[in-house]
Ligand binder design. Structure first.
Ligand code: 4AD
Ligand code: MG
Length: 454
């Protein structure tokens, strides 16, 4: 008899015999002559309620079937007299597969998020985390579907690299030299030069867009930013489309369509898990996501955004001034207080953005955009790329980037085209659609400063 996932069993259309399931015991309640077991296999939020009569094969082990133990069952699926569930199972045989002792850490009560991070190997067995990681999986597949439907080619860009795309000096160095044994020179190292973990697949992605037209990458990226916030991780996944023959306008459109499609995926395709987030994690979630689906996103230039902030009368920890980066408090003011909606800010000062962004005619700004969302701040960063050889060369010389980037400059020498793209932080997207407030809780095994334990 083939085991079925509980998700499938609970979706049955009629009563059935000889149904086989397996999972982990959430609770057991004993009554006279029989016991109730709640069994969950992670395939869905709901557990299967099972009635186990004393005397059926395997029932002699009932007393040892504590919370956390694993069991397999065969039984009859029958209409449940209990409220809130359609089906229950009447077991005909039960097998205790693996015991869990009394001190199983995940007892049926509320545990703090901090405690759950300490048991990252067990937390996916809890309802909230099961739901988060099912959403993460569903969105992964939705990302590929979104781009496949639009004829984008998926490119696997390297994880080991010599280039610092963002120029922020936040790269993790990769070396075979043991610093404990005195380290060694980069030229004597494995790659015969200094190598790092990638911060972004963009530069390599651009080369493929300038050949295959529309491409995207979706992979792990790494940043040695020492910022201990709820929105930064040292290892996170980024989605980076790159489009040939495209300007900033087209880039912003794609970014907005993409966010909307991802929100729709969760709201419409995962109603059960979504209800858990909307009811228990963030009471404002349903309304916020509904707005994303129904209303156009706001667009505002950086210059206008600065003016709004200056005139707001709000007190900020960091001052607002043209030419300064927007801090997350400023971004949140714009999305949560002023526009009360997702906002795309575009045309940033050139002095605060990386070398590859296309200079605007005003000579002070570049064709950059950040998509900001309530509760998070920056979800997407993107730009039109500088496709003019002379401009790019001058900028790279100015920043001392002439060495090692010939290949990047050559794209502008041989059939250069206007092109644009963006990067979306996958974990921030998951936070946005679930209302979960800390990035550590949407990554299976989060890496943050001082934390690489599992
Ligand atoms: O704005 P960023 O740095 O842009 C780039 O890397 C460009 N090369 C992307 C491109 O144009 N192809 O990063 C893009 C996004 C941010 O908007 C944010 O969502 C996420 O990546 N991100 C992080 N997410 C989690 N932890 C961190 N430390 C992050 N740093 C950036
Ligand atoms: Mg950015």
């Amino acid at each position: 008899m083939k085991r079925e996932l509980i998700r499938r069993v609970l979706a049955s259309e009629s009563e059935r015999e000889n149904v086989s399931v397996a999972g982990w015991v959430r609770t057991r309640r004993d009554a006279k002559g029989f016991s109730f077991l709640e069994v969950n296999d992670g395939s869905c939020l709901g557990s299967l309620q099972v009635v186990v009569d004393e005397g059926i094969p395997g029932s002699e082990d009932l007393k040892r079937m504590l919370t956390g133990s694993s069991v397999s069952l065969v039984g009859e699926l029958v209409a449940s007299p209990a409220k809130g569930q359609t089906w229950e199972m009447r077991a005909t045989t039960i097998t205790l597969v693996g015991e869990a002792p009394e001190d199983y850490p995940l007892q049926k009560k509320r545990h703090s998020a901090e405690f759950m991070r300490e048991i990252a190997h067990l937390r996916p067995r809890a309802n909230l985390y099961g739901a988060i990681f099912r959403v993460r999986s569903q969105l992964t597949q939705a990302v590929h579907r979104f781009f496949a439907e639009r004829d984008f080619v998926n490119v696997h860009t390297p994880i080991l690299t010599a280039s610092d795309c963002e120029g922020a000096g936040e790269m993790f160095r990769v070396t075979t030299h043991d610093p404990m044994k005195g380290g060694g020179k980069p030229e004597d190292d494995f790659f015969e030069k200094a190598a790092y973990l990638t911060v972004s697949g963009q530069l390599e992605g651009e080369t493929f867009a300038c050949a295959l037209s529309n491409i995207y990458t979706f992979g792990p990226t790494f940043r040695a930013e020492n910022s201990n916030t709820s929105r930064h991780a040292a290892e996170f996944w980024m989605i980076e489309p790159e489009i040939a023959f495209c300007d900033l306008e087209g880039d912003m459109e794609l970014a907005e369509d993409f966010v909307r499609a991802m929100v729709r995926e969760v709201v419409e395709e995962m109603p059960e898990d979504f209800a858990l987030f909307a009811n228990f994690v963030d009471k404002g979630l349903r309304e916020r996501l509904q707005q994303v689906l129904e209303q156009p996103f706001v667009r505002v230039s950086y210059t206008d955004a600065v003016e709004i902030l200056e005139k707001s009368g709000a007190t900020f920890q960091y001052p607002v001034a043209w030419g300064e980066n927007l801090q997350s408090e400023h971004e949140r003011y714009l999305t949560e207080k002023h526009f009360k909606a997702p906002v795309t800010v575009f045309n940033y000062p050139k002095t605060i953005k990386p070398f590859y962004m296309r200079q605007n005619d005003d000579d002070r700004t570049v064709a950059a955009m950040d998509l900001l969302v309530p509760g998070i701040g920056e979800l997407i960063g993107g730009s039109q790329r500088e496709e003019r050889y002379d401009r790019l060369k001058a900028k790279m010389d100015e920043e001392g980037l002439s060495e090692g980037y010939d290949w990047y400059l050559e794209l502008r020498k041989f059939g250069s085209v206007p092109h644009a793209g963006f990067g979306l932080g996958f974990e921030r997207l998951i936070m946005f659609v679930t209302g979960v407030g800390n990035i550590r809780d949407v990554i299976p095994f989060p890496r943050t400063p001082g934390n690489c334990d599992f």
